[in-house]
Design a protein around this ligand. Structure first.
Ligand SMILES: Nc1nc2c(c(=O)[nH]1)N[C@H]1C(S)=C(S)[C@@H](COP(=O)(O)OP(=O)(O)OC[C@H]3O[C@@H](n4cnc5c(=O)[nH]c(N)nc54)[C@H](O)[C@@H]3O)O[C@H]1N2
Ligand SMILES: Nc1nc2c(c(=O)[nH]1)N[C@H]1C(S)=C(S)[C@@H](COP(=O)(O)OP(=O)(O)OC[C@H]3O[C@@H](n4cnc5c(=O)[nH]c(N)nc54)[C@H](O)[C@@H]3O)O[C@H]1N2
Ligand code: SF4
Ligand SMILES: [Mo]
Length: 698
């Protein structure tokens, strides 16, 4: 623990978003009494947000889970008995081993939502050692599309180099000041802008950052691939690209140039809603700025067309000469730490690629976690084989997976479900065993391992865990020792932290003193050995397309047809005050944002006879929910901008805390999925709204 003067401890924020801010935390008698941003923070330089500053409240909440529980009544009935940790571990182990004996290890799935720290990798390790290829994660809608499309196109995941100055920063569906996406970027992006970097914002809403930007493009949700292709069209047609780089380091440019003729801005205007002259101007501006960096955000991935969007964006970065240059989109160099493959013991499960559920659905190579839609098909329809048991940590799928009804059926059908969480969620309420997890500030952890930004952060423990809560890493280590061969596990789970750090030659204590480890800055690495693709170049046309059944060039298909019955277009963004479905029960946050608000334009409100504060029904072909109207000129008149992640912890557990009422994922479906990542459409869905006036309506 690093003492920073009297009673102040320095650690890194975590589990309220991707984390990253260095915090100074004041502790008195094992209680946190104040949190503030650390002026010396490597990534935040003193910044902190309300979520971070309020985060200690969750540790002492009176309804926090404090003991392991076993279900007594029917599933979801809300009747529990308190059990000991050894009973809980034994029960989970016994049930999973039984399924393994009867059906094979692959019939047990290990599920995680947003990775929060080292626990994600220890979970994969447990699955590998147990022998199950099925780690289910929300990566289909979060990072895998950009990371893996990047790897196939240029051999790496291109991230913004926020540590060198860019001439232009493009925030494309990325609201960094509200989401601090991937940790470093909120504060560092603002610092760049303060120092004269131009800003271009491509966002379906006029955000605070859009107001600061030189250019703001407001695409129809879900049409970003068409917009990117329109920009590529201009850059190629007007010969604005970096001819030297294109000539020497790309393959397929001629074919791309030919292919792109069909995507003139004048044609793309109709599908993207962005005026053609603005597409042309923005493309010229991007091509003329050196270096320019594109910070790509999460909505780009939340569509069946995400592979094409990501491919089009990497093509833009490449032809304009912005790949792996200082201040551009770089291949970040990791510090000397243990490789992921070694940490998770990938060697123990050599047939994983063939055996994992999604192999059956012919997803893109390198996607190593099961898309949630296919996990549910395995449980409900036994395709390609039955899945009967699941372990879930750090996730609330009933609210966060698309198609909540299907998730409900899945959870109800599972023969055995264990959930580790810090609070009784709608998902945990359906479990057989619930484990109380220790969380932020309560254990030693390493942040940003495996995120691809070239550094890791120290998150030393600040207080002792509440009740009988235990860190997930500890729980998994214990389960591993009982459920698999103990030789793969540690006496003390903290040895995992030392494993990660061992190649750097430092111990966790020393790491805490340093605060972070960053890889060396090295650019244009392709000059030595080429790009890590089969052709050694950036593959504008994929050389592996036929082999893997992929589209060789990015195309703008899959836009939902105009739908007269559902004339509006639905999207959402993360709330700045909550993490997905988490923490609606933290009073300090709830009092700032009390309920689910749907934003619509004043013209739309007038058209449908809706007033500010009205309860409205939002309806898609898949379902309907109720949210409260907030009229806002910043959203497009054809758009419905709903809140995501809502359930009501204050409601009855037997009713699963009102999981259906306002939950965005009641509106989404998994009927059609993107081929590459198994992604459903979460953005750009046809919808309609109507005011609820009578009590009957509600
Ligand atoms: N419609 C729609 N769906 C989406 C998205 C969207 O934008 N729209 N976003 C998607 C994205 S990007 C993601 S990453 C996923 C996120 O999906 P999830 O990860 O399932 O969402 P969270 O609400 O973060 O769930 C985290 C759970 O972990 C618990 N928790 C917090 N700390 C700890 C801890 O230390 N240990 C344990 N065991 N539990 C803890 C919280 O209480 C909470 O219940 O959702 C996806 N789903
Ligand atoms: N406060 C908070 N922070 C978070 C999270 C959270 O839940 N809450 N979640 C974390 C996680 S797991 C992730 S993945 C990241 C995500 O963080 P971001 O990548 O920033 O994602 P979002 O907030 O979903 O959306 C970003 C912006 O895209 C706009 N947008 C919506 N639909 C579209 C569209 O179709 N096209 C375009 N161009 N713009 C669109 C929204 O208006 C919004 O301003 O945030 C992380 N940080
Ligand atoms: S921006 Fe994120 S990392 Fe920083 S204080 Fe807020 S929640 Fe924590
Ligand atoms: Mo995410």
């Amino acid at each position: 623990m690093a003492e920073e003067g009297q009673g102040w401890v320095r650690t890194h924020c975590a589990r309220m978003d991707h984390g990253g801010c260095s915090l100074l935390v004041r502790v008195e008698n094992n209680r946190i009494v104040k949190i503030k941003g650390d002026p010396e923070g490597f990534l935040n330089r003193g910044y902190s947000c309300p979520k971070g500053r309020t985060s200690a409240e969750k540790l002492t909440h009176p309804k926090r889970l404090l003991y392991p529980l076993r279900r007594k009544g029917d599933r979801g009935e809300g009747r529990w008995e308190r059990i000991s940790w050894s009973e809980a571990i034994h029960e989970i182990s016994r049930r999973f081993k039984k399924i393994k004996e009867e059906e094979g290890a692959r019939s047990v799935a290990f599920c995680q939502g947003m990775p929060k720290g080292l626990e994600h990798f220890v979970l994969i390790r447990l699955a590998n050692i147990f022998g199950s290829p099925n780690v289910v994660a929300t990566q289909d809608v979060c990072h895998a599309p950009r990371e893996i499309s990047g790897v196939h196109t240029c051999g790496f995941y291109p991230v913004v180099d926020f540590h060198e100055k860019s001439e232009l920063l493009v925030l494309w569906a990325s609201n960094v000041t509200e989401t601090n996406e991937e940790g470093e970027i909120g504060a560092l992006a603002m610092e760049q802008v303060k120092n004269g970097t131009d800003l271009m914002v491509v966002d379906s809403k006029k955000t605070a950052l859009a107001r600061k930007a030189k250019y703001w493009l407001q695409p129809r949700p879900g049409s970003d691939h068409a917009l990117a292709l329109g920009m590529l069209h201009v850059i190629i047609e007007e010969k604005l690209y970096d001819a030297g780089f294109v000539e020497e380091w790309t393959s397929g440019f001629g074919e791309l140039a030919q292919h792109i003729t069909q995507y003139a801005p004048e044609q793309m205007e109709e599908v993207t809603w962005v005026p053609a002259p603005l597409i042309r101007e923005a493309a010229r501006f991007y091509a003329g700025a050196h270096p320019a960096a594109i910070q790509w955000g999460n909505p780009l991935e939340q569509n069946a067309n995400n592979f094409h969007t990501a491919r089009a964006l990497v093509s833009l970065m490449a032809v304009c000469g912005n790949l792996d240059v200082p201040g551009g989109n770089i291949h970040a160099n990791e510090p000397p730490i243990m490789g992921l493959g070694k940490f998770v013991r990938a060697d123990l499960i050599p047939d994983k690629r063939k055996e994992m559920i999604h192999a059956h659905h012919h997803t893109i190579p390198r996607l190593m976690t099961v898309p949630p839609a296919y996990f549910r098909t395995a449980v409900l329809e036994e395709i390609p084989y039955p899945v009967r048991g699941a372990y879930m940590q750090c996730t609330n799928p009933l609210i966060t997976y698309a198609d909540s009804r299907k998730t409900y059926e899945t959870l109800m059908k599972l023969e055995f479900l264990a959930v580790s969480d810090i609070f009784m969620t709608p998902t945990a309420a359906l479990a057989d065993v619930v484990l109380p997890a220790a969380t932020q500030f309560e254990f030693n952890d390493i942040g940003h391992y495996g995120l691809g930004h070239g550094y890791i952060l120290a998150r030393p423990k600040v207080v002792e865990p509440a009740g009988e809560c235990r860190p997930d890493i500890d729980i998994l280590n214990e389960l591993g020792r009982e459920m698999t061969s103990p030789e793969y596990w540690h006496e003390d789970y903290e040895a995992f932290l030392e494993d990660v750090l061992a190649p750097s030659g430092i111990k966790f204590d020393q790491f805490v003193e340093k605060g972070y480890l960053k890889g060396e800055d090295r650019y244009r690495k392709y000059l030595e050995k080429g790009f890590k693709t089969p052709t050694g170049k950036v593959e504008l046309v994929l050389s592996t397309a036929e082999k893997f059944g992929l589209s060789p060039l990015p195309v703008a298909e899959f836009l939902q047809e105009k739908n007269d019955e559902f004339p509006l277009v639905l999207t959402s963004a993360k709330s700045p005050l909550y993490l997905h479905s988490s923490y609606r029960w933290v009073e300090g946050l709830r009092e700032r944002e009390g309920g689910p608000l749907v934003q619509i334009h004043p013209d739309t409100a007038a058209k449908y006879g809706i007033s500010e504060g009205d309860q409205v029904e939002i309806e898609t072909e898949n379902g309907s929910i109720i949210q409260e109207v907030y009229i806002n000129e910043d959203v497009h008149p054809r758009m419905v901008y709903a809140a995501y992640g809502w359930w009501f912890p204050e409601q009855e557990e037997q009713e699963l805390f009102g999981w259906k009422t306002s939950n965005f994922n009641m509106l989404t479906t998994t009927r059609s999925l993107g081929k590459e990542f198994g992604t459903p459409d979460l953005k750009g869905i046809s919808c309609r709204i109507r005011p609820l006036r009578s009590e009957d309506d509600k």
